[in-house]
Every structure is written in structure tokens, then in C-alpha cells.
Design a protein around this ligand. Structure first.
Ligand code: NAP
Length: 298
């Protein structure tokens, strides 16, 4: 029988550890979110962040430039936030509109206000194993593995996906936990065979139910990072969720086939309810850590 790894339980633990740290500060930590346009998925995500900030007593401000905002306008907003003493952490919600130079905007966020851990300085600190804000999704996955006391040291971890946001930092963090790490991507050969060697498989490729039985070593721990909304009744039925589809008109699945996941893995994160809540928790953790740093050095 496989074990389900619940992200909400780990989120609750992370947030409860943050509360006393926030209470010790001389003012509330400040988190600014720049949300460009009206992407529905981003709106949902930002609403969750606002709710968690309120629960923790973090001051939050959402700046909402229009979809037509230029790179220069966004750089000016980020510059303004970098200068504000009440803002400890800044996150620019992805994706930005196509006409915007995303890299320039992300890199304009001061490294010591980088809530997402995307700034090259902080990526460098991660490579060097130094303390700094870390990419929230992989950092949350490490917390989840620790919470459930799942071993990392000496384990063969395969990370499927090499994005700057998930795959690459995930591989680095697992390496730091003394796992033996392999990274798979779209040019890798024999992916199913490679993944079947994994004691720990992290799937972050952005393809609904792509990872099936032949990718999973029986008994392995599988972390499913993907989030996909399925609106086709036939596909929902093939994924074993016909009833849920009938009542809700959609289902949400990950990068791993949910039926195979439950049948073959030893432990796994469900979608929804697995990795998603961890990302928000670690964003809060980064904001609190940055506030502590600013208030200590003030
Ligand atoms: P991404 O930037 O699109 O990167 C996908 C990676 O997967 C790339 O490295 C790509 O390889 C690789 N890939 C794509 N198709 C492949 C294939 N057929 N075989 C092998 N590798 C393949 O995606 P991302 O931002 O890392 O996100 C991945 C998934 O996680 C998405 O579903 C996203 O929505 C989800 N996500 C969830 C959370 C959360 O909080 N739960 C947070 C972030 C992301 P190449 O580099 O060779 O192109």
C-alpha cells in the first residue's frame, strides 16, 4: 500500500514554525507581489498568497500593472520596491506577457529582496551551499521529504526537467542532501529506463500524466510537481477520475499518471494537495528570513 505525502500537513508545520519568528520582529515582514495582467491561474495563486500572509501577519501589497505594461515600466516598479524599507521581499508573478524581457525584470529584483530565489546571486549561493533565499518549490519538496523522514543521503534521485525554477535547483538541493542525482530532459535517451533506477523520482516536465508505470521503480518515492487542468471527459476517464469529472466538469492532474502512481510508488505526492501548498509556505519562509536579515542589520 503506498503512502500519500500530504503537502497541506507540511505547509501547516512550516507556517507554525514561522509564527514565533514573526512575533519576535520589531515590525511585520513586508512581501510585495507584482501581478501583471489578469492570468486566471496567477490570480488564484496570488489570492492564496494573500490569504496565507493575512494568517501569518505578514504585510502584503499586490501591485497590478496592466497587461500592456512595458519592460521599462516594470523595471521602474521593481526599482521603487527595492528602495522601500517596509518591503523585505518581492516576487514577480510568472508568466510575464510575451513582449516583456522577463530576465531583465527578474534580475532587477535586489538579491536581498528576492522572495523566489531566482536572482543569479542567490542561485550562486545555492550552488556554493550558502544560506540565501531558495527557489520555493524545490525547497518545499526538501521540507516534505524531511517531514516524512524519507531518506535522501545515498539515494539515487532522478529529477525529470531542468527548468531554472524547479528542475535545476531541485537537483542542486538533493545533491546537497547527499543524494546521487541524475537529471532527465527532452534530449535525454531511454528516459523510462533512467527513471526506473530512481529511489526518488521528481517529475517536473509540464506534461499531463506523461510519467507512467514503466518510469517508476516499484516502491520508489515519487514527487509530482506538475499541475494540469483536464477538461476532456475521455481523458479524465482514462486517468481514473470519471466521477470527479462528472461532478466538477474538470480534474487536476500532475505529470505522473495518477493510477500508476498509486499502484507502483511506495510513497507519493498527490495532485492536487501535494507540492502546491509547499511552494506558498516556502515563499513565506523566504520573506520572513529576509525580514529577519533586514531588521538585524538595521
Ligand atoms: P518548464 O519550464 O516547462 O520545464 C519543463 C522541463 O521538462 C524542461 O527542462 C524540459 O526539457 C523538460 N521536458 C519537457 N518535455 C519533456 C519530455 N517529453 N521528456 C523529458 N523532458 C521533458 O516547466 P517548470 O516551470 O519546471 O514546471 C514543470 C511543471 O511543474 C509544470 O506542470 C508546472 O505547472 C508545474 N509547477 C508546479 C508548481 C507547484 O507549486 N506545484 C511550481 C512550479 C511549477 P528541455 O529543457 O530539454 O526543454
Amino acid at each position: 500500500m503506498s503512502r500519500i505525502l500530504h503537502g497541506l500537513a507540511v505547509q501547516a508545520e512550516i507556517l507554525s514554525r514561522l509564527k514565533p519568528r514573526i512575533q519576535k520582529l520589531s515590525r511585520r515582514p513586508g512581501l510585495a507581489v507584482v501581478l501583471v495582467g489578469h492570468n486566471p491561474a496567477s490570480e488564484i495563486y496570488v489570492r492564496s498568497k494573500i490569504r496565507v500572509c493575512a494568517e501569518l501577519g505578514i504585510f502584503d501589497e499586490t501591485i497590478r500593472p496592466p497587461e500592456t505594461a512595458t519592460t521599462e515600466e516594470l523595471l521602474a516598479i521593481v526599482d521603487g520596491l527595492n528602495r522601500r524599507p517596509d518591503i523585505d521581499a518581492i516576487m514577480v508573478q510568472m508568466p510575464l506577457p510575451k513582449h516583456v524581457d522577463t530576465r531583465r525584470v527578474l534580475e532587477a529584483v535586489a538579491a536581498d529582496k528576492d522572495a523566489d530565489g531566482f536572482h543569479p546571486t542567490n542561485v550562486g549561493y545555492l550552488v556554493a551551499g550558502r544560506r540565501a533565499p531558495r527557489a520555493c518549490t524545490p525547497a518545499g519538496i526538501i521540507e516534505l521529504l524531511k517531514h516524512y523522514k524519507l531518506p535522501m543521503a545515498g539515494q539515487h534521485a532522478v529529477v525529470l526537467g531542468r527548468s531554472d525554477i524547479v528542475g535545476k535547483p531541485m537537483a542542486l538541493m538533493l545533491l546537497q542532501e547527499n543524494a546521487t542525482v541524475t537529471i532527465g530532459h527532452s534530449r535525454s535517451k531511454n528516459l523510462p529506463e533512467m527513471c526506473r533506477q530512481a529511489d526518488l523520482l521528481v517529475a517536473a516536465i509540464g506534461r499531463a500524466a506523461f510519467v507512467t508505470e514503466e518510469y517508476i521503480k516499484p516502491g520508489a518515492t515519487v514527487i509530482d510537481v506538475g499541475i494540469h487542468r483536464v477538461t476532456d471527459a475521455g481523458q479524465a476517464a482514462r486517468l481514473g477520475r470519471a466521477d470527479e469529472f462528472a461532478s466538477q466538469g474538470k480534474i487536476v492532474v500532475g505529470d505522473v499518471h495518477p493510477l500508476d502512481l498509486a499502484r507502483v510508488a511506495g510513497a507519493y505526492t498527490p495532485v492536487p494537495g501535494g507540492v502546491g501548498p509547499l511552494t506558498i509556505a516556502m515563499l513565506m519562509a523566504n520573506a520572513v528570513e529576509l525580514a529577519e536579515r533586514h531588521l538585524c542589520s538595521a
